[in-house]
Design a protein around this ligand. Structure first.
Ligand code: SF4
Length: 298
């Protein structure tokens, strides 16, 4: 299993990849692994140590060796860059239905993270209009979703449907997916390594759908998409510019704007926050130029 990336490092890498893409650079090549610098430093150490007698020089040498060892850390990150942006089967496929099918095939009967052996019935890939301007991203499948193979079909799904309807849209008109595609046992939150292993497939789905707006449902979705660790009170009520990390996206697509609102499951537990969620959705509607149906506006 590849090493887990720190979210900040992942974000920095994503920025670098995005910068390269804006410069028209899409193809990257894996460099042959170099002999370990730290190993070279250790080999040099005895000879170097005998060439000096002052303790100050030895101390400087130790610091230099430590610096060389720490300089090895980015080399691991460099390997990860190439992992992230390796060519994908859907690249160059213009039809989003076909492209999403290729991503699903690439996912296969996925065993990439431990959720595959913790009681999942099936992978819950995503559903909806593959050309939608609006995409909702939740946390992960629950029991109903696991049983039916579709995101947001349980009680929380019913509430999401009502939220979409209140916006004057139908469920079939938007695209819905989750950060992780397999049900975490006992409906626990997906863990960091699970999110980081699974979310590259979501990034590819986003790059295919090319929505104008993504609504992150809940803190887990928001934090994983934005690589920001902040409470919901700080995450909500503003726009973020978003481009999927680590994938080649259409150069004519400027990326999505991302808004954060409460997860419908949270709203079921605390209905008093529905008004706040409605404010978030109104912000989205205004940006997309959607007029609320009369009934919702009254
Ligand atoms: S959660 Fe994602 S990465 Fe983990 S096994 Fe399921 S599909 Fe694979």
């Amino acid at each position: 299993m590849p090493p887990t990336l720190d979210p900040e490092l992942r974000r920095a890498l994503a920025e670098r990849v995005r910068y390269c893409q804006e410069m028209g650079i899409y193809d990257f090549y894996r460099r042959e692994p170099r002999p370990s610098q730290s190993a070279a430093a250790v080999e040099l150490a005895p000879e170097s140590l005998t060439s000096t007698s002052s303790s100050a020089s030895q101390s400087e040498l130790r610091e230099e060796m430590a610096a060389r060892k720490s300089a090895d850390v980015p080399a691991i990150a460099e390997e990860n860059i190439f992992e992230i942006i390796a060519p994908k089967p859907e690249y160059g496929v213009a039809d989003p239905v076909a492209a999403l099918k290729l991503i699903r095939e690439d996912l296969g009967d996925c065993t990439r993270c431990k959720l595959h052996k913790q009681g999942r019935k099936q992978i819950v890939f995503g559903v909806g209009n593959p050309r939608s301007e609006l995409m909702f991203v939740g946390e992960g499948p629950g029991a109903d979703e696991d049983a039916q193979g579709e995101p947001f079909v349980g009680r929380a799904g019913q509430l999401l449907n009502n939220m979409i309807k209140a916006m004057g849209l139908r469920r079939e008109e938007v695209y819905i997916a989750n950060i992780v595609k397999c049900r975490p046992p006992g409906n626990r939150q997906p863990e960091r390594d699970e999110c980081e292993t699974c979310s590259p497939f979501l990034m590819r789905q986003i790059a295919v759908v090319k929505p104008k707006v993504i609504v992150a449902l809940g803190a887990t979705a928001a934090k994983n998409l934005l690589a920001i660790n902040a409470p919901m009170t700080e995450l909500r009520g503003r726009w973020y510019d978003f481009k999927p990390a680590g994938v080649r996206s259409d150069p004519s697509w400027p990326g999505a704007r991302l808004a954060v609102t409460y997860h419908p499951a949270f709203l079921l537990r605390d209905p008093r926050q529905k008004g706040e969620a409605w404010k978030d959705l109104q912000m989205v509607m205004k940006y997309l130029g959607i007029e609320p149906p009369k009934k919702a506006a009254e």
